[in-house]
Design a protein around this ligand. Structure first.
Ligand code: FUC
Length: 803
C-alpha cells in the first residue's frame, strides 16, 4: 500500500506525480517522541487516502484531517451537527409509524409464544417503519463539511526531508520538508477552548510563504463563497433538509501581501508565515422536535474574530494546556522503544521485534484516548461511528449512532482512562432521546417510559426500520448502564440525582410495561427478543435478559442511594421475577437463547450473550466459575476472527476472563488485520469504535473494578512482563498506578476518592507480607483475606502498597 503515491492510478489522479524524499533528521527525532504518528509521505488525495492515511485532529465539535500535500495541501473538515435528513425533510417521522397498527405487537407476541422463534423479518414487517427511498432520505447521514485547499504555486514537486506527523501528546499535527534550501513547516491543531481549527504555514527564509486558500464543499448543498478582509466565507444550505451551514477561514499573514480574490479565495504572497483560523456552524440545535436553532453566522463570526485576535502563540498555548490536562492523566509504559521508522512501517512490522511492538501498543493505547479527546468534548454531540471525521456524503452506516454496541463501545475507555468528563456528550444525547423515545414507546408498544432502537441520528430517531437488524429496544437500557457507571467511577452524587437517576427510572418504566411473563416458567422476559443481528426473534434471548438484570440491579442500588425507597422496592420486585439470561447449554456453551439452540459453527461478530462477562458483571471466573467456563466455550466457538470492533470486544472479554495472553493475542490480531496506516480501526471500512474498544480492553488487562474489588493486573500477558501505568480510574472514585517487573506486581499506588473501605486484589497478596503506607511512609492497618487486602482510606489520601 505504501509509496503508492508515486506510481499508478493515484499518482495519475493527482495530476503531477509528487516526489518526496524521506526525512533523515526527522527520523532521528522520532525516537524521542513516543506519542507521535509519523509518515515520510503525504496521504493520497483520494477517499482511500483520507481513510487510511490522513491524520485526525479535533476539538469535539469539529474535526479535521491533514493530508500534507506539498504543492496542494488539503485539510478536510467536519462539524458534528452537519447532517442530512431529520425534521427538515417534510415526511420525517422520527422512525415512528405513519398510522396506528392496532394489535400488531400482540399478534407478533402470540406467534412467538406459539412457534418459539420466528423470522426477524416478520417482526420488522409488523413493527418497523418503512425504509426510505432513496435510502436514508429521512434518517439522513453525517456529512463532510468540506475541504480547505491550499495551493502553493512556488513549491516544487520534489522536496527533501519530508515528514508528516501527529503528536497525540500535544494534539498537534505537522508537515515539514525542504525545498530549494528552504525549510517549510505547517502546524495544525483543533482548539477546544477557542472552538476553531488553527493552521500555521511558515518557511525559514523571509518571504518564503506564498499560497492561495479556498474552501471547497460537496455538491449536495447550495454554496456561496466570498472573501473579505482575508476571510473566506462559504455558506448555504443542505439540499436534503435546508440545514443552514457556514464555514469561515481567516487568513492572517506575517509579512508579504494578502489579497481577497473575487472568486472567494485569498492569496498570500511573499509572507514570512501565515496563520489560518477555521470555524464552522450550522443552524442545528439538539432540541426536539424541530432540532433547529438560529442561523450560525453571528456566533461563528464572533468565534473566529476572537480566535484571530488572540494570535497564534496564545491559541497554541491555551490548546496545549487544555489538551495536556486530559491527555497527561494516564501514562503507560510497557517497555516499548520506538525504532526510527514511520508509523505505517512500524505497524507493518508488528510481531517482529518486542520493543517495537510494545511501543506501537503504547501508542495505540494512547491514540484511543487521543481520539476521544478530539471527538467528544462537553457541549458537543457524542462521537459517532467515525468519531467526528467523515469525508463522504454517504458514509458507511450514515456515520450515525449505532446503539447495539457501537456508541456504547465508543465510551468504554472514558471513565477508566481518566477522561470521565468526555462522556458528557453521551449522557446528554441519551437524555435527549427520551422525549422522542416516549412517542415511540407509546406508539409501538403501548408502553410508558422511552425506547430507542438499533440506530439513531442527531434528530431523535427512536423507531425501528423494517430491516431485521433494526429491532433492538434494549438500546436505551444498555446506554443508561453507562450513565450509572459514570456515578460508580466518579461517586458524583449530584450527577446521579440530577442526570443518571431520572433517565434510569424512566427507562425502567418502559421495561416494566414491555416485559411479559413466560408461560413456560413464570419468569419475566423480553418479547420479541433477539440477539443483535443473529438468529430468530424469540422470548428472553440472553442479551436482553442480561441487560435488564443490570438495569434493574443498578436501578435498585441507585434508588437506595437517592433515597427513593419505593422505586428500590419496585426494582427488587422485577428482579425477583426476571429471567437473568444465564444458561449453560448442551455443548457446554453459555446460551445465546433461552432455548438451547446455539449453533457451535456460528462465527458472528456480535457475541451478545457474553454481555454478562463484559461490559456486564454477572459472570466472572472469580464469582461464577462454571458460567465463566461456559462463556469461554462460546467465545472459542466464535473464534478470534471478526471485524475491528469485534476483535476489540474480544480483548475485553478475554481480559475479564483473566486470560491476558489471549487478550494480547487479540490485540495483536487487531493491529495486524484491523488497523489502518493512520492507526484508525477498520471494520472494514474505517469505524472508530474498535480504537476505543482496544484502549478499553488494554485497560481491563491492567485493572478491573466491576466486581466491587480493585483487581490489580488481572490479565497481564507474558509479553508485558515489565511495565508501569499511572492515572487509571477505578470504580469508587479511586486513581490507581501500578509498577510491575517480571510479570509480578512491585508496587501499587492509590489515591482515594472518598472516605471508604478499599479492597485490592492481587495474587501476590496471598500469604501476607504486604505493606500499606501513606505517601509519607506511615503504615496503614489492613486485613488480608486470600488474595485480597482491605483498608480504610480518607478522601484524597495517597497510599502505597508493596513489600
Ligand atoms: C452493527 C454491526 C456492524 C457495524 C454497524 C455499524 O450493526 O453489526 O458490524 O459495526 O453496527
Amino acid at each position: 500500500m505504501k509509496k503508492r503515491l508515486l506510481a499508478g492510478p493515484i499518482a495519475l489522479a493527482l495530476g503531477a506525480a509528487l516526489t518526496v524524499v524521506p526525512a533523515t533528521q526527522a527520523q532521528a527525532a522520532s525516537a524521542a517522541k513516543p506519542y507521535t504518528l509519523w509518515y515520510d509521505e503525504p496521504a493520497p488525495d483520494s477517499n482511500e487516502g483520507w481513510e487510511t492515511r490522513s491524520l485526525p485532529i479535533g476539538n469535539g465539535a469539529m474535526g479535521a484531517t491533514v493530508f500534507g500535500g506539498v504543492q496542494a495541501e488539503r485539510l478536510q473538515f467536519n462539524d458534528k451537527t452537519l447532517w442530512t435528513g431529520g425534521p427538515g425533510v417534510a415526511d420525517y417521522t422520527f422512525g415512528n409509524w405513519d398510522a396506528p397498527r392496532p394489535g400488531a405487537l400482540e399478534a407478533i407476541r402470540e406467534r412467538i409464544w406459539k412457534e418459539g422463534g420466528i423470522s426477524p423479518n416478520d417482526v420488522l414487517a409488523a413493527l418497523g417503519h418503512k425504509s426510505d427511498s432513496p435510502r436514508h432520505r429521512r434518517f439522513g447521514a453525517y456529512q463532510s463539511f468540506g475541504d480547505v485547499r491550499l495551493a502553493f504555486p512556488e513549491l516544487p514537486a520534489q522536496v527533501a526531508d519530508y515528514r508528516r506527523e501527529l503528536d497525540i501528546s500535544r494534539g498537534v499535527a505537522g508537515v515539514s520538508f525542504t525545498a530549494g534550501g528552504v525549510r517549510h513547516t505547517r502546524e495544525y491543531f483543533a482548539s477546544a477552548p477557542s472552538g476553531v481549527v488553527v493552521a500555521r504555514v511558515a518557511a525559514d527564509r523571509p518571504g518564503g510563504v506564498t499560497f492561495t486558500a479556498r474552501i471547497a464543499v460537496p455538491a449536495n448543498r447550495s454554496a456561496t463563497s466570498t472573501a473579505a478582509g482575508g476571510r473566506v466565507t462559504v455558506k448555504g444550505a443542505l439540499t436534503s433538509n435546508t440545514m443552514a451551514y457556514e464555514a469561515q477561514l481567516q487568513v492572517l499573514n506575517q509579512g508579504g501581501t494578502r489579497t481577497d480574490n473575487p472568486d472567494g479565495t485569498v492569496t498570500v504572497a511573499g509572507a514570512d508565515s501565515a496563520v489560518l483560523i477555521l470555524g464552522t456552524g450550522t443552524d442545528y440545535a439538539p432540541d426536539y422536535p424541530t432540532y433547529k436553532g438560529e442561523d450560525p453566522h453571528a456566533k461563528l463570526t464572533a468565534r473566529v474574530d476572537a480566535a484571530a485576535a488572540r494570535g497564534y502563540t496564545r491559541l497554541l498555548a491555551a490548546h496545549r494546556a487544555d489538551h495536556a490536562a486530559l491527555f497527561d492523566r494516564v501514562r503507560l509504559d510497557l517497555g516499548g522503544s520506538l525504532p526510527a521508522v514511520p508509523t505505517d512501517d512500524l505497524l507493518a512490522q508488528y510481531g517482529t521485534a518486542p520493543a517495537a511492538d510494545r511501543a506501537l501498543e503504547q501508542l495505540f493505547y494512547q491514540y484511543g484516548r487521543y481520539l476521544l479527546i478530539a471527538s467528544s468534548r462537553p457541549g458537543s454531540l457524542p462521537a459517532n461511528l467515525q468519531g467526528v471525521w467523515n469525508v463522504l456524503e454517504a458514509p458507511p452506516w450514515q456515520a450515525d449512532y449505532h446503539l447495539n454496541i457501537n456508541l456504547q463501545m465508543n465510551y468504554w475507555p472514558a471513565e477508566m482512562t481518566n477522561l470521565a468528563e468526555l462522556a458528557e456528550p453521551l449522557h446528554t444525547y441519551v437524555d435527549g432521546l427520551r422525549e422522542p423515545g416516549r412517542v415511540t414507546a407509546r406508539q409501538m408498544f403501548g408502553a410508558d417510559g422511552w425506547v430507542a432502537h438499533h440506530a439513531s441520528n442527531i434528530f431523535g430517531h427512536t423507531g425501528a426500520w423494517d430491516h431485521p437488524a433494526y429491532f433492538f429496544p434494549e438500546s436505551g437500557a444498555w446506554l443508561v448502564l453507562q450513565l450509572y457507571d459514570h456515578y460508580r467511577f466518579t461517586q458524583d452524587k449530584q450527577y446521579l440525582k440530577r442526570t443518571a437517576y431520572p433517565v434510569m427510572k424512566e427507562t425502567a418504566e418502559f421495561w416494566r410495561d414491555f416485559l411479559q411473563t413466560d408461560p413456560r416458567d413464570g419468569k419475566l422476559v423480553a418479547i420479541p427478543s433477539r440477539s443483535p443481528e443473529i438468529g430468530p426473534s424469540t422470548a428472553g434471548a440472553a442479551m436482553s435478559q442480561q441487560i435488564l438484570w443490570h438495569l434493574f440491579t443498578d436501578l435498585r442500588e441507585a434508588a437506595e442511594l437517592v433515597g427513593d425507597r419505593k422505586e428500590a422496592a419496585a426494582a427488587g420486585d422485577v428482579l425477583a421475577k426476571l429471567d437473568p439470561g444465564l444458561r449453560i447449554g448442551k455443548w457446554g456453551q453459555l446460551q445465546e437463547w433461552k432455548e438451547d439452540i446455539d449453533d457451535p459453527a456460528e462465527r458472528h461478530r456480535h457475541v451478545s450473550h457474553l454481555f454478562s462477562v463484559h461490559p456486564g458483571r454477572q459472570v466472572s471466573p472469580r464469582t461464577t466459575p462454571e458460567l465463566a467456563a461456559a462463556a469461554k466455550v462460546s467465545l472459542n466457538a466464535r473464534t478470534d476472527e471478526g471485524t475491528g470492533w469485534s476483535k476489540a470486544w474480544k480483548i475485553n472479554f478475554w481480559a475479564r476472563l483473566l486470560d491476558g495472553d489471549r487478550a494480547h493475542k487479540l490485540l495483536g490480531d487487531q493491529l495486524q488485520t484491523s488497523t489502518l496506516a493512520n492507526l484508525w480501526d477498520t471494520h472494514p471500512p474505517f469505524q472508530i469504535d474498535g480504537n476505543f474498544g482496544a484502549t478499553s480492553g488494554m485497560t481491563e488487562m491492567l485493572l478491573q473494578s466491576h466486581l466491587g474489588v480493585v483487581d490489580l493486573l488481572p490479565a497481564l500477558p507474558a509479553a508485558w512482563a515489565d511495565g508501569r501505568v499511572s492515572g487509571l480510574r477505578a470504580r469508587g472514585g479511586h486513581t490507581v498506578g501500578l509498577t510491575w517487573a517480571s510479570g509480578r506486581l512491585s508496587e501499587a499506588r492509590l489515591t482515594a476518592g472518598e472516605a471508604t473501605t478499599v479492597k485490592l486484589r492481587h495474587d501476590a497478596f496471598r500469604g501476607g507480607g504486604v505493606r500499606v503506607t501513606t505517601d509519607r511512609g506511615r503504615p496503614v492497618a489492613h486485613t488480608t483475606d486470600g488474595d485480597t487486602i482491605t483498608f480504610r482510606v480518607r478522601p484524597g489520601g495517597e497510599y502505597r502498597i508493596g513489600r
